[in-house]
Design a protein around this ligand. Structure first.
Ligand SMILES: Cc1cc2nc3c(=O)[nH]c(=O)nc-3n(C[C@H](O)[C@H](O)[C@H](O)COP(=O)(O)O)c2cc1C
Length: 379
């Protein structure tokens, strides 16, 4: 996934050039450079706690992470239940040819929904695919009155952000990593931590190679780039996708990047590769990999989303940053779908116990700076 799309972001020269053309004032307005996170597109982050009952629980659900911030969900609220649907039109094409990440994203939203029901005194019961595997409902969450139970994971919903910035050199002890993952009620899923220097370096190389392969594949590169929102007008209009504000820049670099003209897909790919090598993999304290025996099973994917969101919220509550990095599995699926010789499946398998297939990969560490909110459509 490209993390930057500004041609001259690394150099102040571009700013001078833009200012010299008299376009500076326009760019400041256009990209909302001076007030990141402003506007209706970010409102859901400000109001998710205020709304009672099931509408409030759905307001919390939509703050979940999703692939490329596609928000591929739809909710139908009834008197004592919420029906959860996949919005099939909201996908990343060849980046996710089997819609694995799409279903995982919906699973993340269901985890928030469950936590927010409990916090509102509604005891939730999740039924997966109530109409069977081909039905339009992927889950129904039925509620009945119960005690109001908040807690640190619920409280973390509004602070959880994908943090793509640098992490400090502080290691995270193995016991702290293990304590991030609670797979209770989610059978068939494992979390493998890759923290030792050798395996961590090997996975880092694989992530860099997968990013390069994805960029070299024009179809995947185009499908990646399609979800980038280049300016404030696009952000407020679509309220989805990837933005400069979510790329982990410090304030001076972010302000520079927002002042510069939108760049090309090729420049964005180049910059993502550079960030993957010099920031993402270079500063990861550890990687987590969620594995299972049945990666193509929809119920497993939905459960994996719940587990992923649990991990992300627990990390947030404990001051640990998390960055989803799925380019390896995206290449594994692409190679399979396009009938290419598998390059990445065997290399990833070498780093995992026999018989365990990777579903999701992420890095964790102590953040140098806090993550920033990304836009959301209203529920
Ligand atoms: C299944 C899934 C896959 C994702 N893959 C990546 C990824 O490969 N690279 C990345 O930078 N972010 C990835 N993300 C993070 C999303 O881009 C992020 O959740 C979205 O932009 C919304 O931002 P937020 O998490 O800060 O709210 C993924 C998220 C999910 C749920």
């Amino acid at each position: 996934m490209p993390t930057h799309t500004r041609r001259q972001v690394l150099t102040a020269l571009g700013v001078v050039a833009v200012a010299g053309t008299g376009a500076l004032t326009y760019r400041v307005h256009d990209t909302a450079a001076l007030s990141p996170g402003r506007g209706d597109a970010y409102d859901p982050w400000r109001h998710w706690r205020d709304t009672p009952g099931l509408p409030g629980a759905v307001a919390a659900a939509i703050l979940a992470p999703s692939p490329h911030n596609t928000q591929p969900w739809a909710f139908a609220i009834r008197a004592d239940a919420v029906d959860v649907h996949v919005d099939a039109a909201r996908h990343t094409g060849s980046v996710d040819p089997y819609r694995r990440e799409q279903y995982i994203g919906v699973g993340c939203a269901i985890e928030n929904l469950v936590l927010a029901c409990r916090a509102r005194g509604l005891r939730p019961d999740v039924a997966w695919q109530p109409d069977g595997p081909g039905g339009s409902r992927v889950a129904t969450v039925t509620v009945r009155p119960g005690p109001a139970e908040g807690g640190p994971l619920y409280d973390a919903i509004g602070d959880r952000h994908t943090n793509r910035g640098p992490y400090t050199a502080e290691p995270i002890p193995a016991a702290d990593l293990d304590a991030l993952a609670d797979p209770s009620g989610l059978p068939g899923l494992r979390v493998r931590w890759i923290a030792g220097p050798g395996p961590r370096a090997a996975l880092g190389r694989l992530l860099v190679d997968a990013a390069a392969a994805l960029c070299a594949d024009e179809t995947q590169s185009r499908d990646n780039f399609a979800w980038f929102r280049a300016n404030d007008e696009e952000i407020q209009r679509y309220r989805d996708g990837l933005t400069l504000g979510g790329q982990g820049f410090g304030p001076p670099k972010l302000a520079l990047a927002k002042l510069l003209p939108a760049s090309s897909r090729a420049d964005g790919d180049k910059f993502w590769l550079q960030q993957t090598a010099t920031v993402h993999t270079a500063t990861a304290a550890a990687y987590g990999v969620i594995t299972c025996a049945t990666p193509d099973d929809r119920a497993t994917q939905l459960a994996a989303g719940r587990l992923l969101e649990r991990i992300h919220l627990t990390a947030t509550a404990r001051g640990i940053a998390l960055h989803h990095m799925n380019q390896i599995t995206e290449r594994i699926d692409r190679e399979r779908d396009a009938g290419l010789t598998p390059a990445f499946a065997p290399r990833f398998a070498e780093l995992l116990p026999a018989g365990e297939h990777p579903l999701l990969t992420f890095r964790v560490g102590r953040p140098v700076r806090a993550g920033a909110p990304s836009p959301r459509r209203s529920r």
